[in-house]
Design a protein around this ligand. Structure first.
Ligand code: ADP
Ligand code: ADP
Ligand code: ZN
Length: 213
């Protein structure tokens, strides 16, 4: 399956993508993780991206598109988390898949009320391996340590209330139009994200099983 997870910052895209990857064996590609990796390595691309990420704004389309194309070129199946985030990105992705005689199977929209987004993101604990935890809602077994890889958990620099307000505003302005775009294509599947992690996954799983059968 070729899937997109579409939701505001802090809604649970990364968490659900990891669960889908585990259960269905589909590779999870997070543009946020890839960009943070580039920032950490201090590559020219990373340095350019950081300025936008720090402000809670979107990194320019051409940078992100290049990263994604390189990642999905040889993949039959994937879960995109955090991409596309603009109509332009969505259209480029469609063209790219068409050229390879491929198409998206579903766009999973995870709906979460705004007030919960800040709470989820400010309590987020991230690991380099892609796993995410929450101080209250999904704590690791050992404080500060990743259950899966034993790595040290960290708080993302942009997970503060100020940057979150800006990221939510950016989402509404730039990314929300994608909901209509994919609805009109008939591939949008909306999930209630205002439930605990297991229940959200349960609902996603039901949708994915329908697609598979
Ligand atoms: P996104 O990738 O959409 O920004 P994450 O998956 O990283 O979101 O989740 C953001 C934070 O919220 C993390 O700390 C995660 O553990 C927590 N979280 C994710 N889903 C839920 C949920 N259904 N209920 C409560 N907390 C959640
Ligand atoms: P979240 O999990 O909170 O939704 P991400 O990790 O997906 O956040 O993204 C973090 C930041 O990386 C975004 O605020 C944005 O600056 C940048 N970014 C990630 N994906 C994209 C994209 N598809 N287009 C432009 N910028 C992006
Ligand atoms: Zn880890």
């Amino acid at each position: 399956m070729r899937l997109i997870l579409l939701a505001p910052p802090g809604a649970g895209k990364g968490t659900q993508a990891e669960l889908i990857e585990e259960k269905f064996g589909i590779e999870h590609i997070s543009t946020g993780d890839l960009l943070r990796e580039a920032v950490e390595k201090g590559t020219p691309l990373g340095l350019k991206a950081k300025r936008f990420m720090d402000k809670g704004e979107l990194v320019p389309d051409d940078i992100v598109v290049e990263i994604v194309k390189n990642k999905i070129r040889d993949l039959k199946e994937f879960i995109l988390d955090g991409f596309p985030r603009t109509l332009e990105q969505a259209k480029i992705l469609d063209r790219f898949l068409e050229e390879n005689n491929e198409k998206l199977d579903a766009v999973i929209e995870i709906q979460v009320p705004d007030e919960k987004l800040v709470e989820r993101s400010t309590g987020r604990l991230s690991c380099k391996c892609g796993e995410v935890y929450h101080e209250i809602y999904n704590p690791p077994r050992l404080e500060g340590i990743c259950d899966r890889c034993g790595g040290k958990l960290y708080k993302r620099e942009d997970d503060n209330p100020e940057t979150m307000y800006s990221r939510i505003k950016t989402y509404k302005m730039k990314t929300l139009p994608l909901i209509k775009y994919y609805f009109q294509k008939g591939i949008l599947r909306t999930i209630n994200g205002d439930q605990d992690i297991e229940r959200v996954f349960w609902d996603i799983e039901k949708e994915l099983n329908k697609i598979k059968s």
